[in-house]
Structure formats: C-alpha cells, structure tokens
Design a protein around this ligand. Structure first.
Ligand SMILES: [Zn+2]
Length: 764
C-alpha cells in the first residue's frame, strides 16, 4: 500500500481490512487446545526433582484404581498404601480418626492421613494437601489420586534434597484429606481438631477438575508477596487475578476453602481440561495426562522450597493484579499503579480528543451503543445456534462431539453477527473518530475496573496503555498515513490476541461447550478492540462478509449433527438409581440425564415417564429425571433403635442408634419440624449443637456399629423420622439396566448408580 494523503477510511483499502479481520478470526478460531507447558519426567529423573513418571508408577501399583468414597474397601486400601509409602520415606505418619462436620453441615467419620517432615525446623509450617477420597462412581486418577501421589513424590524429592544438604528450614505437613467430595469434611476435621493445624503458615492444595491441560493456580491468598514467591519459583505457572476472580463466581469449593476461610495463606492448583470425564469412571489412569501431573507437581515442589525461605508470617492479604505472560513469567502490580495509569490515560485521551475538536465523552456516546449492540447480538447468535443444536441432539454439550468444528463455528458465528451489526453503525464514522472513541472507552473502563474490579483490570488497562503509546508515537488516522494506521491495527490485534486467546483456551477447558456464550466473549472482546478497523470497510461488503461468516458458522455447526469424520463421540452423563421406600412399599428406577435426552437403549429397557416427584418428598425434584416401575429391593432397610427415652417438659429426649444392616456407607436422616438433633456421637467422639433448623442430616462413611443420636422431640405423642441409606449394591434388575447403558456414549457421574432404601421409624 502507498501512503495516502486523503482522510483514511474506505481509502485505506477494504480488501486489506477484510484480509486483516479474516486473519484475526482465524487466529481466534484455531487456538490449539491447551496442553501443559512441560513434558513428563520419566522415572529415572534426578532423585531430588519431581517426576510424573514416578507418580504414575505409584498410582499404577495400586492396580486398577477403584472409586474410594469413605466407608468402602478401596478407600481403606488406598489409605493404607499412603501410610506405607510415607513410612518408607521415614516420615512421622498418623491417621486422624474423627467425627466431624463440614462447612455445609454434613457429618462424616473421617480418617485423614497426616505426615510431617523437617519437624525440628523453626517457624510456621507449609501444608501440602490433596484428598484421597473420590466420588462414588469415579476411580479418581486425576481427582485426586494424582494429587496424593504427587505429595508422596514431593516428600521423596525433599528428603533426597535434605540428604544432599538441602533440608528445608520450615516444617512441612502433608495432609491426605478424607471426605473432601462429601463436603470438605476431612479438611475441616484437620483444621478444627488437629494440633498441627495451629501452626500453619501457608497451604498448597493440589486438585483436578478434569484430567488434562495446564495446572492453573486459580486461587491465592497472601497478597503481593505470595504472587512474587510464585513468580520466582514457578515461571511456567498459569496464574492470573482473572482466574482467581472467576473462581470466586463459581459454585466450586476445594479443601483450601476451609483454610482460606480461617485466613491462612495459600495457593490452589488444579488442571481443568476434560469436564466431561470429571467425576466419572473415565477419570482413570489411562486418561490421566502425565504432563499435567508434571506441571502441577513441579510447581508445588519449587514453591515449597521457595516458601521455606520466605517470611510467610509477614505476608499481608493486600490486593494484587497479576497475570502470566506468554507462558514465560508472571507480572504483578498493585491496584494503585493501575488507578494512576488509568487516570493518566483518561486525562491524555481527553487532551487528544480536544485537539481533534471532539470530546472523549462524545466519542464514547457514539461508540458505546454500537459496540454494545454488536457484542450482545454476537453472543445472542452463538447462544441461539448452540441452543438449537443442543435441542436437536438432545444434549447440553453437543459441541463437544466435534470440538474443533464447533470451535470454528462458534467463532465464525460470533464474528459474523458482530460484523453485521458493525455494518449498520460504523459507516457514520471515520477511522480517527473510532480510534479516539476506542481510546476514550478503554481509558474510562480501565479507570472503573482498576477501582472496582482490579482483578480483571489488566484486560483493559493494557490496551489503554498501548493506545496512549501509539497515539503519542504515530497518532493513527490523524496524519492520514495508511502505514501508521495499519501499524496501530496490527499491534492492537497482536495485543488483543495475546490477552484473549489464553482466556478463551481456559474458558474452553473449564466450561466445554456447555456455556457457548462464555466461549464467545473473548472473540467479541477481540473484535471490540479492533472496532476502528471496521470503519475501513464500506457498509455493504462488511455486511456481506458478516452474513457469509454467519452462514459458514451455521453450516459448520450443522456438520456436528452429521458427525463429520474425525470427531470424538459425545459424552453424556446418565445416572441410574434404584429407589425403594419401605414405608409406602414403592420401588422405582430413576434416570437422571443432566439435561440430555434419555438414550434409546435405556428408553427401551423400562417403562419410563417424566418424574413428577423426587425420590423422597423432601428432596428436590430433578426436572430432567425419568422414572419407571421397579421391583422391591430384598435388603433390610436402615434401622433406628431407641436406647433411652427421657420425658421432659413439652416432649421427650430420645437417645437412639442409627445403623444400616446392609452396610451402606451413607445415611440421610430426615426430621419433622418438632424434632431436632442435640448430639451425634460415635466411638466416644461427639458433635454437640449447631443443628438448629436442620431438617435433613447427611452422614458419610457410616460404619457397621452405627452412630448414636440424641434427638429432642417436642410433639405431644412420639414423632416419627425418615431414614434412608445409600450404597452401590445393585440388584440384578438394576445391574441389567446399567448394562443396557452404552458405556461409550453415556457415563454415570458423581454418586453414580446408587441404591436408596428408605424407612420410617417412630421415636418410642
Ligand atoms: Zn477433587
């Protein structure tokens, strides 16, 4: 292109502008699905280093991993293996056996494995934590078997280091917590009851919410010094204040929540890739990505060594903005710096607009509605397309059947809709006007977010600073040079992609195609940053390009329906339950589809109808659940044995023992309004008080000898209570139904295929 003296606009060339936008969209459409940034170290890696090979070997030595909910044999075996390995390393090991209540009020008999290293060292200790229990249907290779085995590998590497004169100058405590999946109950038992919990300086928690991808440090507490320690020790960390912010918005919890709520500094790591296998039988050893384990363990080991030399006790919880950059390091700064920079940018933009005889506010007033409309329509189009696909295929995660095709379709649809709206609103502006409007909006947004939402502020602060730099150096659009104009656009595109491609990848890992609108946000945000380039295209070609992209997106997405070769099969979730209410003598099968359609082979296996009632009256109804008549279950129902009744003013106090004669490990006790719990007691341990308003009490890892309750009954005549026990002891009819489920397309999830037996007992 030759430099032109005319006012840039259509004169800058609509063809290069078209090509430019197409390239940006392509760059957005093909992010390689993110992988951990390191390779697995083999079992012969140096002994003081972390090796995922050794972690997998340890897990592999457990045979084929089995689900480990508390109270089951594989749970006990895994615990014994942990104790044995820790003792072999010469660590002080104990099993904390406790009756405890988690933050959500559930109660469990927990057995935490706790080990100490460098016990003679001074100062507060570093706690390394992972949970060894799993949900009911998953072997938990990643969640959190890998975390447990990684802790052993770290203990081994630290021990080797100390033999070579690198003993840590702080004690290290290892917590292999129990009943995390039941509601963080093991971590709570440790934090509230164990002596070692009184001297904690910092926690490093290792988790997985999937089985591949980089290990993300998604929650930190300890302020700027904590982030600085991470940046020094783990330059390959994937961490940002944005991830921390997003995690706070999500309903998820980990063991670290228990420590964080007590104000203890810490770092929370997890790999997130593979939502569809998370908490399913496919979270197995074969599917576990060794490089994810390597990335996580290597960081945890380096951070532990770093923390041993840090003055953790002096850390504050001050706010800090941070992000990893290009995967080579972490940058961080105080929100104050952001506020000062954003204020300076706002002032600078005002001055520049006045020089152009405009006002920054006027620019925003022109610019804001157009960009917002384009943003909203683009996200709406993506939502509509994926909703239609989901409805047609009867699946809430239909895009996952062909992730690459769906990803491209999503980008084209989002981009297409964006361009169509842009065609309607940009033609009134010159490039210079749009450029000034962009600068004004970025500066203002940077100021607002720096003050109110500093965790995400860098997403607008960085482009605002680039804008100021470019405006100072070349004032694009003003001097009329096409070269200057393109320089600014290319640099802006590079920054937009640098900021948003990694976020898009993280969103994809975390949300799969279940939240297509969230996946479209990075695309729309990138296009918003490139808004001035849209003024270079006359309205008609812009609209035409937009429509072409929309059509291409729709056709590609339709390709998902026709199963373009090369895609992976869909992975839907489907739980099959057998429920027997002995009080009403009613039995039924239940199929929970998580919003998907009932698969053909299951539909044919029983007389299904939509559920109109939950399994038991006080439970919530899952609207996607189907029910079918089922045979009664030939097993004894849970038992309530009244041991002692004391008549009191206005009712009675009843001491009773709850047992599951069939040995089910989980119990639900449902109480009428007149009855409340006073104490729960097991083997001399007691939980007293805090049961006000509790109608349903859940108990986990229940044992043969049962648990004693003291109940207060305020009714005139003895009340009755409901008791349900829960396990995985399938009847032959239930097994036949489970076998009918296509294991390749449908997986049980979380508790999985459970059996419920309910009974009513009178308190007399
Ligand atoms: Zn977990």
């Amino acid at each position: 292109m030759l430099a032109s003296d005319k006012v840039p606009g259509a004169s800058a060339g609509s063809k290069p502008a078209c090509a430019f936008l197409a390239l940006v969209l392509l760059a957005l459409a093909f992010p390689s699905f993110p992988q951990a940034p390191v390779d697995e170290r083999t079992i012969d890696a140096p002994a003081d280093e972390f090796s995922a090979g050794r972690v997998l070997k340890w897990l592999g030595a457990r045979g084929s991993l089995e689900p480990r909910p508390g109270g089951t044999a594989p749970h006990a075996e895994f615990r014994e293996a942990l104790v044995e390995s820790l003792e072999e390393l010469g660590l002080e090991v104990e099993v904390q056996e406790a009756l405890a209540r988690g933050p959500s009020g559930r109660v469990a008999l927990v057995r935490n494995v706790i080990a100490r290293q460098f016990a003679d060292a001074e100062g507060t200790s570093i706690l390394l934590a992972a949970h060894y229990d799993t949900v009911g249907c998953s072997p938990g290779a990643a969640d959190d078997g890998a975390g447990c085995a990684s802790l052993i590998e770290i203990a081994r590497a630290l021990k080797t280091g100390s033999e070579h004169g690198r003993a840590l100058s702080r004690p290290v405590v290892y917590l292999f917590s129990d009943a995390e999946e039941a509601g963080l109950i093991g971590a709570e038992a440790f934090a509230s009851q164990h002596e070692l919990a009184k001297n904690l300086g910092c926690v490093i928690n290792l988790e997985a919410r999937g089985n591949f991808g980089p290990s993300v440090m998604f929650q930190a507490r300890g302020g700027p010094e904590a982030i600085a320690a991470l940046a020094r020790s783990a330059p390959l960390a994937r961490a940002s204040s944005l991830a921390d912010f997003v995690y706070k918005l999500m309903p998820n919890d980990t063991d670290y929540s228990v420590f964080s709520s007590r104000g203890i500094h810490g770092f929370n790591f997890a790999f997130l890739g593979g939502l569809e296998v998370y908490h399913t039988p496919r979270d197995d050893l074969e599917g576990l990505d060794a490089s994810s384990v390597q990335h996580q363990g290597e960081q945890a080991l380096a951070l532990t060594r770093e923390l041993a030399n840090e003055r953790i006790e002096g850390w504050n919880d001050g706010r800090v903005v941070f992000t990893d950059v290009l995967g080579v390091g972490i940058v961080s700064w105080s929100p104050w710096i952001g506020i000062v920079l954003a204020a300076a940018a706002t002032w600078f933009v005002q001055r520049r607009s006045r020089r152009d005889e405009g006002s920054a506010w006027g620019a925003i007033a022109h610019f804001g509605p157009g960009v917002s409309a384009a943003f909203a329509v683009a996200l709406g189009a993506v939502w509509a397309e994926f909703a239609a696909l989901g409805a047609y295929l009867g699946s809430p995660d239909a895009g996952a059947r062909h992730p690459h095709v769906a990803e491209l379709a999503l980008t084209l649809t989002c981009g297409g809709a964006y361009l169509v709206v842009a065609a309607l609103v940009t033609r009134r502006y010159s490039f210079r006007e749009a450029w000034l409007a962009l600068g004004s909006s970025l500066a203002l947004l940077a100021l607002v977010t720096s003050v109110a939402l500093s965790e995400v502020s860098y997403l607008v602060l960085a482009p605002a600073i680039l804008w100021c730099a470019l405006e100072t150096a070349i004032a694009p659009g003003r001097a009329g040079s096409t070269l200057r104009l393109w320089t600014s656009l290319v640099l802006f595109a590079a920054l937009a992609l640098l900021l948003w491609v990694p976020i898009r990848a993280q969103f994809w890992l975390a949300l799969s195609f279940r939240k297509p609108v969230a996946l479209a946000v990075p695309t729309a945000a990138t296009l918003a940053l490139l808004w001035p380039s849209l003024t270079l295209l006359p309205a008609r070609p812009l609209a035409r390009t937009g429509i072409a992209l929309l059509v291409a997106g729709a056709l590609l997405l339709a390709g998902v329906v026709f199963k373009v070769p090369g895609g992976t099969e869909g992975r839907e979730w489907l739980n099959l339950r057998h429920v027997y209410d002995t009080e009403l003598d009613l039995a039924r099968f239940e199929a929970s589809t998580f919003g998907a359609r009932l698969p053909r082979e299951i539909a044919a296996a029983a007389e299904w109808s939509r559920a109109t009632t939950p399994p038991f009256p006080w439970m919530t109804l899952d609207p996607s659940m189907h029910v079918a008549p089922a045979p009664r279950i030939d097993a004894p129902p849970p038992k309530l044995e009244v041991l002692e009744t004391k008549t009191l003013e206005g009712g009675r106090r009843v001491r009773c023992r709850l047992t599951s004669p069939r040995g089910a490990p989980r119990l639900h006790l449902h109480l009428p309004e007149e009855v409340s719990i006073e104490t729960i007691e097991w083997r001399g341990q007691r939980i007293e008080g805090g049961f006000e308003g509790v109608r349903t009490q859940l108990l986990f890892a229940f044992e043969q000898d049962g648990v004693e309750f003291v109940l207060r009954d305020r009714a005139a005549s003895p009340s009755s209570v409901h008791l349900i026990d829960q396990d995985w002891a399938w009847t032959s009819e239930h097994s036949a139904l489970i076998e009918a489920r296509d294991a390749y397309t449908h997986l049980p999830r979380s508790d999985g295929d459970i059996v419920f037996i309910g009974a009513r007992h009178k308190l007399e």
